[in-house]
Design a protein around this ligand. Structure first.
Ligand code: ADP
Ligand code: MG
Length: 241
């Protein structure tokens, strides 16, 4: 059951493509100041769940609530105004714009848009990307491009941040810095972070709680050190790598 302290909750969500259930009665919640991990093999339904939570896909059954409001029928723009932002597994940057302009375009959409330039610069500093501000986005290595994608989500000042494989393509040093950023977003800003990620050491280091999806179902959920030892999880997922 969702706790009173949860910001976001998805309850009994089902999504079918044709006859096949990509999500089968999935429930999940995310709390402010916590990093919640969502892991599982390819095709488990992680990105589909993000689409349902962010308003890009209507579930056949179930509901999504934010701050106790039922937002199941609200579109992505409305959810964004409520403080939700996300990144995509497939990068959505403007390749011919600079890093800074990619953030500015997003910042213009923010409620604080009069300060768009300042917001963009603050986020660039926080991400350690100031030296790349004028680089065209399509010239960036994937690991850096993913950070810019995270920056685009951050300029909106989200209360809840959904990250779909943000560390893919990062080298170990970049991943370590990224882990510190995620903790800071949760600990210092009180953001509810929902993290889909394949890098197990990142997930196990940074998350307060982890959900494991397999074939559209939640097969385990709990603190990382508990989930890590769960037999079902080892069989479904961790045993693979
Ligand atoms: P994950 O992100 O965990 O790898 P996805 O959510 O992308 O998994 O996919 C879950 C399942 O749903 C997969 O079997 C995938 O092929 C299927 N799927 C995802 N999107 C669509 C779609 N638009 N149409 C049909 N099937 C889809
Ligand atoms: Mg995915």
């Amino acid at each position: 059951m969702p706790q009173r302290t949860d910001l976001l909750s998805a309850d009994h969500v089902t999504v079918a493509f044709g006859g096949r259930r990509a999500l089968d009665d999935v429930s999940l919640s995310a709390a402010p100041g916590k990093v919640t991990g969502l892991i599982g093999p390819n095709g488990a339904g992680k990105s589909t769940l993000f689409d349902v939570v962010s308003g890009l896909r209507r579930p056949q059954t179930g509901r999504v609530t934010l701050d106790g409001h039922d937002i199941t029928r609200e579109g992505p723009a409305r959810r964004a105004r409520r403080g939700m932002s996300r990144t995509f597994q497939h990068l959505e940057l403007f390749g011919r714009l600079t890093v800074r302009d990619n953030l500015l375009v997003a910042a213009e959409l923010s409620p604080a848009r009069r300060d768009a330039a300042r917001l963009a610069d603050q986020v660039l500093t926080r991400l350690g990307l100031t030296h790349l501000a004028d680089a065209p986005a399509d010239a960036l290595p994937t690991g850096i491009a993913r950070l810019v994608e995270v920056g685009r989500a951050l300029v909106l000042g989200p209360r809840i941040l959904l990250l779909d494989e943000p560390a893919a393509g990062q080298d170990p040093e970049e991943t370590e810095r990224f882990a510190a950023l995620l903790r800071s977003l949760a600990d210092d800003d009180g953001t509810a972070v929902l993290l889909v990620e394949h890098d197990m050491s990142l997930v196990m280091t940074v998350c307060d709680e982890v959900y494991v999806l397999d074939l559209g179902r939640v097969v385990a959920c709990g603190p990382p050190q508990v989930v890590q030892r769960d037999e079902t999880v080892l069989a479904a997922y961790l045993g693979e790598s």
